[in-house]
Design a protein around this ligand. Structure first.
Ligand code: ADP
Ligand code: MG
Length: 238
């Protein structure tokens, strides 16, 4: 179970404010998509939630607990980036298991976790391959597998499909929807692609210049955009 609450979250880089007091309530097991044009603060907001950047002002709660000063690991959050740097000299199995070896888990437990993640992601046949022997979509799945084996409360995805070609993006969208159903996890998914947002999200958060313009289901945003920015971004009829 993981519910996230952001209260008036602010981020300044030096004298420049890039996140201007964001309030959000993300429910347990929701798949929320952050959309907005390049530079509007999507990645920064994810990094604040993950604990990769310090929040300048405001509060972040996970399951009712204030986590502003907690490390990424303590927050139980896993983040998958768009440039999914896999270790080139390690197999798929080793890439997914890496990091768990330093933790409290036994070899048998690690194996169980990796095999289960591989099953979910349909990588079971590819565990002995090296990254260079995989397609782009398969590599992206390994990167997701590395997050799954850590058993996080929350998954964050930052434009995970932007390096893939159009056909593969459509296929991976379907896989993300399936992943969300299988994992029963809270997920935040960042994209600048409206179609991706509309097809994946239980709710969409539209961001502009570090502010939330509107939050709602894809249909709500499409039929009742609050302003011209949302209407144009979502592609609502005029
Ligand atoms: P998006 O992911 O929506 O494209 P970002 O969150 O990457 O946007 O960036 C939001 C704004 O914050 C941009 O103006 C960007 O230049 C600025 N920014 C991001 N990271 C830093 C940083 N480490 N230092 C200074 N400015 C930053
Ligand atoms: Mg970004």
């Amino acid at each position: 179970m993981a519910e996230l609450i952001l209260k008036n979250v602010v981020k300044d880089f030096g004298k420049t404010r890039v996140i201007h007091g964001v309030d959000l309530h993300i429910h347990d097991q929701e798949l929320v998509v952050f959309v907005g044009p390049s530079g509007c603060g999507k990645s920064t907001l994810l990094r604040l939630i993950a604990g990769l950047e310090d929040i300048s002002d405001g509060e972040l709660f996970i399951d009712g607990e204030l986590v502003n000063s907690r490390s990424p690991k303590q927050r139980g959050i896993a983040m998958v980036f768009q440039s999914y740097a896999l270790y080139p000299h390690m197999t798929v199995y080793q890439n997914m298991a890496f990091g768990l070896e330093l933790s409290k888990f036994s070899k048998a437990e690690i194996k169980n976790k990796v095999l289960e993640a591989a099953r979910i992601l349909e990588l079971s046949e590819l565990l002995d391959r090296l990254p260079k022997q995989l397609s782009g979509g398969q590599r992206q799945r390994v990167a997701i597998g590395r997050a799954i084996v850590r058993d996080p409360r929350v998954f964050l995805f930052d434009e995970p499909l932007s390096n893939l070609d159009a056909a593969l993006r459509v296929q991976m969208r379907i896989e993300f929807a399936k992943l969300h159903r299988e994992m029963n996890a809270t997920m935040i998914y960042v994209t600048h692609d409206q179609v991706e947002a509309m097809t994946l999200a239980s709710r969409i958060v539209v961001l502009s210049a570090g502010r939330v313009e509107q939050v709602g289901s894809p249909l709500e945003l499409y039929h009742h955009p609050r302003n011209l920015f949302v209407a144009e971004f979502i592609g609502s009829p005029k």
